[in-house]
Design a protein around this ligand. Structure first.
Ligand SMILES: [Zn+2]
Length: 252
C-alpha cells in the first residue's frame, strides 16, 4: 500500500546464459502523486519492471519522470521499450549534464566499443532493435529533458538531494532521500554478500575520482543504503563508508 510520500527498492531479475542478473531501480512517489523511476534496467527487463509497478497498482503510464544515475546500459537500456509501450506523452527524463549526450544517443556510450554494441543489438528481436536504435541515435530527438547537478533538491518522494559522484562515469549521480534517510548510490558503491563496498573496479572509468566521490556521502545521516547492484545495506552505513574511505587510503 502506497503512502503519501516514499521510496521503494524494486528488484528486476533476468536469467542470462551463465548467471541470474538482479538490478535494483528505485521508485519514488509524492509531490502531488508524482511517480519517479530511478534507472530502468537492461533491455529485456521490461516485463519484470511492469510486474514491479503492477504490485504497486501502477503502470508505465503512471510514471511522471525517470531519473538516471548514469549512462550505463544496465541503467538506461530498458528506456526504449518502456517508451514504446507507454501511452501518451514522454515522461520527464533527468540526468547529469556530463552523461546527457550519451543518454541522448548523440555520443556512443563510454563503455561500449562498436563490437560490444553490435553484440547487444543482436540479442534484441527486430522490433526491439529498431526501437532501441530510434531512441539512442544521433539523429533522434534528445532523451534527457532536465539536468540535475550536485546539491539540487528535488521534491520527489517528499524530497531528495542530488549528489554528483563522478568516477564510475563522469556524470554519475547518487541521491539522499530525506524522509527515510536513505542513500541511493547507483553504482558508486555495491553490496556483495550483504557487505557494503566502494565502486567495483572493472566497470569504473576513473577509480581515484570514484573513491574521492565517497567523501560526499559522509555529509548525510544515513540509515539505509540502496545499491543498484546488491540492494540494501543497513548496518551503520556511515561507519562503514568511513571505513571504506580509510581502507582506500584517502584522508577525510
Ligand atoms: Zn550498473
Amino acid at each position: 500500500m502506497i503512502e503519501n510520500v516514499g521510496l521503494k527498492k524494486l528488484s528486476l531479475v533476468m536469467n542470462l546464459p551463465n548467471e541470474v542478473m538482479v538490478v535494483n531501480p528505485v521508485l519514488l512517489w509524492g509531490d502531488k502523486n508524482a511517480y519517479v523511476l530511478v534507472d530502468t534496467g537492461m533491455p529485456g527487463q521490461l516485463e519484470a519492471l511492469k510486474q514491479c509497478l503492477w504490485e504497486e497498482e501502477l503502470t508505465l503510464n503512471d510514471l511522471d519522470a525517470i531519473l538516471f544515475t548514469h549512462q550505463d546500459i544496465d541503467h538506461i537500456g530498458n528506456l526504449p521499450h518502456l517508451l514504446s509501450e507507454r501511452e501518451g506523452e514522454r515522461p520527464a527524463i533527468l540526468a547529469h549534464e556530463a552523461d546527457k549526450p550519451y543518454i541522448d544517443g548523440s555520443r556512443p556510450l563510454l563503455k561500449f566499443n562498436p563490437q560490444r554494441y553490435e553484440t547487444l543489438l543482436q540479442t534484441l528481436d527486430e522490433k526491439d532493435r529498431n526501437q532501441f536504435l530510434s531512441v539512442f541515435s544521433p539523429s533522434s530527438s534528445n532523451n534527457v529533458t532536465h539536468l540535475v547537478k550536485d546539491g539540487d533538491f528535488l521534491p520527489y518522494g517528499g524530497g531528495i538531494t542530488i549528489i554528483h559522484t563522478p568516477g564510475h562515469t563522469p556524470g554519475h549521480i547518487s541521491f539522499y532521500h530525506h524522509a527515510s534517510r536513505t542513500l541511493v548510490t547507483g553504482d558508486a558503491m555495491v553490496v556483495v554478500n550483504g557487505q557494503l563496498f566502494g565502486p567495483e573496479a572493472r566497470p569504473t572509468l576513473n577509480m581515484e575520482e570514484a573513491l574521492h566521490s565517497l567523501h560526499k556521502f559522509t555529509e548525510f545521516d544515513i540509515s539505509t543504503v540502496i545499491c543498484y547492484h546488491g540492494g540494501f545495506f543497513e548496518d551503520r552505513p556511515n561507519e562503514r563508508i568511513r571505513e571504506i574511505i580509510a581502507e582506500a587510503g584517502l584522508t577525510m
